[in-house]
Design a binder for this molecule. Structure first.
Ligand SMILES: [Zn+2]
Length: 247
């Protein structure tokens, strides 16, 4: 049942039989036959009317106590009235109606995600971008990031390569350091050289065991006749070419 349905269902003016979705017909029958046809007849300025008072006013049979507890539980759970009713005698019918029309539930995780996404300030750098700038010691423009995100798809059609590259860019790559933060019993040490903390930059650039990879890259570039340039972190990992090659 959607939020609108709940709002309508638990509006004080709604017929009590509208609660059939949560309380069986057979139990609601006692209340309807006694003359209680609206939810508003179950509540007053103090909150939900106690069962003995309802019995006196409407000649409700004792056997209706179970359905009364069900109704009370449902109204407490699906309106925001219960806390205020318990803690304050100043709840008025106006507030009661106002609250019943309000959203009955707290926003769920997905709602909060979308809200956060929509409200994200364009001027606030994404955490992974700030981390890359710190790691590489450079300031990157939005144009740089567009190149970093999109250029690889010009050079390869292999989705595995593109996916791996995106994971690297967004810092989704699992490093020993990151795994150690999630699972403290694991070692944060680089699993290649086993000598220092396995950060993202260490694993891909600084680690002694990965240097043969970059030596091979240099040899391949030389064989292709590409002018020599410094293999920086931004070139190797973010694929941002130096000016002499990007023009
Ligand atoms: Zn290492």
């Amino acid at each position: 049942m959607g939020a609108v349905g709940y709002r309508n269902t638990f509006h004080p003016k709604s017929p009590i039989l509208a609660l059939r979705a949560v309380v069986p017909d057979t139990l609601l029958k006692h209340w309807h036959e006694a003359g209680i046809t609206r939810i508003s007849q179950l509540i007053n300025d103090e909150g939900i009317i106690p069962f003995p008072d309802l019995q006196i006013q409407w000649q409700i049979p004792n056997c209706a106590i179970f359905s009364y507890l069900q109704l009370k539980s449902v109204l407490n759970a699906h309106t925001t009235l219960s806390q205020e009713m318990r803690g304050s005698a100043s709840v008025t019918p106006h507030l009661l109606i106002e609250r019943c029309w309000a959203s009955p539930t707290k926003p769920k995780a997905l709602t909060l995600c979308y809200k956060s996404w929509q409200e994200l300030s364009p001027n606030k750098p994404h955490p992974h971008k700030a981390q890359w700038e710190t790691d590489c010691g450079v300031t990157l423009t939005e144009g740089d990031w567009l190149h970093a995100l999109n250029d690889l798809s010009k050079w390869t059609k292999c989705y595995s390569h593109i996916e791996a590259h995106k994971k690297l860019l967004y810092h989704w790559y699992m490093t020993p350091q990151r795994l150690h933060r999630i699972f403290p019993t694991t070692s944060p040490t680089c699993w290649r050289c086993n000598s220092t903390t396995g950060t993202l930059i260490h694993l891909w650039c600084s680690c002694g065991d990965v240097q043969p990879l970059w030596t091979t890259v240099r040899l391949v570039l030389d064989e292709l006749g590409i002018p020599r340039f410094l293999l920086t972190k931004t070139t190797c990992l973010l694929l941002l070419l130096p000016a002499l090659l990007s023009s």
